[in-house]
Design a protein around this ligand. Structure first.
Ligand SMILES: Cc1ncc(COP(=O)(O)O)c(C=O)c1O
Length: 645
């Protein structure tokens, strides 16, 4: 049981609903408060649902049907995955932060639509504030008085945030080409921009995002004051990729037919969707090999050199800060360094998983803590590399962060943060091709959010949830960071437990941690003792996993623990890794036709994984290890019995 001095105790409903009194009382109070608001809107009006109606047969039938269906629903929901419990170590979900949960439930009663402030005057502003909080957490400037000024907003999830990042990247990267085409067509060339008669596509594609956005502004101011501006602006509008579509644009600029989107081999599958959605096609994805499930500068540089040699322009490079399967963090600082040698590409960081980890690195004022200050309370975290990668997030062009993962809010809340909000002007729907706004307008116009982002109608309740959480637990080391520190410490505890576990399991299996964790996600691989076949090892792993998987037909109460699994393709492993993992598992990992190594994947989010579930078990982590030993023994005996019979 969590001690009463546990600083995180007030912030979750809890595995046993320990904070139910507070939850119920506050919810009831806020629901009543909402009804009070309704009643006092125009109390002089006759209530449209008359008192008499409430005693009629049809009315009572309606209530009965509603109740019945709700009871059916909640009965069915008892078969849900108990992701709130420390026995759940599976996917990227855990118990929810109570402040945000209540905020979301209550705000739903007001039903604000964050497409625009006309229908969400409060929550659009909360969303933009959440965007500022996230941008500050990443180290970006949100000072509207200077450029670049960051802007963040919510999406339905990480997938859409990634789609939007690529959409923005495409707009920014291809803008100089469209401007040159428009200038050629009209004979109007804007002085002081690096788009000149004779500029080649290669030169124009080497212009970085910051400069492209300045060019866009200069186009606007030139066109506003020069008599030839209207003609140029009209031509520019027809030359842009947003108007032509990628296929016709690439007919004018043939090298773009082979444009590359460079991602690490560990990238989330949403990048395939994004490439196909934008008309680039899956063939545009260039996967950079990883070392220890991390992309580094050397490997990126090799991939970019090859693309350059092949005449393929690079639309964007994606770094991952928290891979889906292994939780590993790419060396963002090295990717930035590579961009100095290969200028132009848009750098997006997919921090859908790791996006809140920077709270561990920020002081109350938003400053970056040095590594020693961050290290307090950890055994291994953060490595020097992780510290540097975190510091470098501030310089990415855009970052995906998912509040519905390590932000502990209900699903339906991803976020995209752009370092320079001017990029949203490139895709805005109100006055396309006008990239400057009247003085003082900058702040207010983004409240018409739906005109600047990929999605339209969207829940203001999600913004309220994030906002309230970030107010209760500000995004710094001393507040929100405490929650994530618990998660990373839990991972360290499990890693420290592995040596002992390996010995306990030695009579039956070999055990490997294929990738040293960077934060709070750890994978394990098993191989039966004396087995040399990867196929047999994977079959054993899958049978073992069947003791912690989710089955719709099986009551969740019959499960002791829940986990998740993945398979790492051998092609994603370098020679040294293959040798190390092979050695630990005593397997030959060389056959190219093997499907990969089956892994147990543990996402260690729940803050009470280090609490004791009861006598004899110091923690859920220890209880899980004991569970694994029992199951491995049972599986091994079952395998032996079936091969003997
Ligand atoms: C690194 C990464 N990117 C993107 C996504 C997609 O996020 P969502 O499922 O919220 O759309 C995930 C989801 O796990 C992820 O881990």
């Amino acid at each position: 049981m969590a001690s009463m001095t546990d600083p995180l105790a007030p912030y979750f409903l809890g595995a046993y609903g320990e904070n139910n009194d507070f939850f119920e009382k506050t919810l009831l109070e806020l629901v009543r408060d909402h009804v009070f608001w309704r009643r006092n809107f125009h109390p002089e009006d006759e209530p449209p649902i008359g008192t008499h109606d409430q005693y009629g047969r049809a009315y009572l039938d309606g209530l009965a049907r509603t109740r019945r269906e709700l009871h059916q629903l909640t009965a069915a929901l008892k078969r849900s995955v108990p992701s709130f419990h420390p026995r759940y170590l599976g996917h990227m979900v855990s118990d929810l932060l109570l402040p945000g949960l209540i905020a979301q439930l209550v705000t739903t009663l007001y039903n604000p639509n964050n497409i625009v402030e006309d229908v969400a005057p409060i929550t659009v502003q909360l969303e933009l504030e959440v965007g500022r909080q996230l941008a500050r957490m990443l180290g970006m400037s949100v000072d509207p008085g200077r450029e670049p000024c960051a802007l963040g907003h919510l999406t339905s999830g990480g997938t859409v945030a990634n789609d939007e990042a690529l959409w923005l990247a495409r707009s920014a990267r291809l803008l100089p080409l469209a401007l040159r085409d428009a200038s050629e067509a009209t004979g109007v060339w804007i002085p002081e921009v690096p788009v000149r008669p004779g500029s080649t596509d290669v030169e124009l594609l080497a212009i970085g995002a910051d400069e492209v956005l300045s060019v866009a502004r200069r186009v606007s101011s030139f066109c506003a004051r020069d008599p030839r501006g209207t003609e140029l602006l009209a031509a520019f509008g027809t030359c842009r990729v947003e108007e032509l579509g990628l296929a016709a644009f690439a007919d004018r600029h043939p090298s773009l037919k082979r444009m590359a989107l460079v991602v690490p081999a560990t990238a989330h599958y949403s990048w395939h969707k994004a490439a196909s959605l934008l008309g680039l096609g899956g063939a545009a994805l260039v996967e950079v090999p990883v070392r220890q499930a991390r992309m580094d500068g050397a490997r990126l540089e090799a991939a970019l050199s090859a693309l350059r040699g092949d005449g393929r322009p690079v639309l964007a490079v994606v770094g991952v800060y928290g891979t889906t399967e292994f939780g590993t963090l790419d060396s963002v600082h090295e990717l930035l360094a590579v961009r100095r040698r290969f200028p132009g590409f848009w750098l997006h960081v997919d921090a859908a998983w790791g996006g809140y980890l920077p709270t561990l690195f920020r002081d109350r004022q938003g400053g970056l803590l040095d590594r020693d200050a961050v290290r307090e309370g950890f055994r291994y975290f953060p490595s020097e590399r992780v510290h540097r990668a975190t510091a470098a997030l501030a310089e990415a062009d855009s970052v995906t962060v998912d509040p519905h993962k390590l932000g502990f809010v209900p699903f339906g809340a991803g976020a995209l943060v752009v370092r320079d909000r001017r990029v949203l002007d490139l895709v805005q729907q109100e006055a396309p091709y006008v990239f400057a706004s009247p003085p003082g307008e900058d702040e207010r116009r983004y409240r018409k959010l739906g005109r600047y982002i990929l999605e339209g109608s969207k829940p203001g309740a999600a913004a309220a949830a994030c906002y309230v959480n970030h107010r209760v637990l500000p995004l710094d080391h001393e507040h929100f960071g405490k929650l994530l520190a618990r998660s990373v410490q839990t991972c360290e505890r499990l890693v420290d437990r592995i040596a002992g576990l390996r010995e306990e399991l030695a009579p039956w299996v070999r055990l490997s941690i294929p990738f040293e964790p960077d934060c709070n996600l750890v994978c394990l691989a098993f191989n039966p003792k004396d087995n040399r076949s990867l196929r047999a090892a994977n079959a054993f792993g899958r049978r073992l996993f069947a003791t912690i998987d989710v089955r719709p037909d099986r009551p969740v109460q019959l499960r002791d623990f829940f986990g998740s699994c993945t398979t790492v393709p051998l092609a994603h492993l370098g020679v040294e890794e293959l040798a190390r993992i092979g050695d630990e598992l005593q397997l030959e990992l060389t056959r190219p036709d093997d499907d990969g190594v089956f892994l147990f994947r543990h996402t260690l989010m729940n803050p009470w994984l280090q609490a004791s579930p009861g006598p004899g078990e110091p923690s859920y982590i220890d209880a899980y290890c004991h569970f694994l030993v029992r199951q491995v023994k049972l599986q091994s005996e079952a395998t032996k019995a079936s091969s003997a019979s």
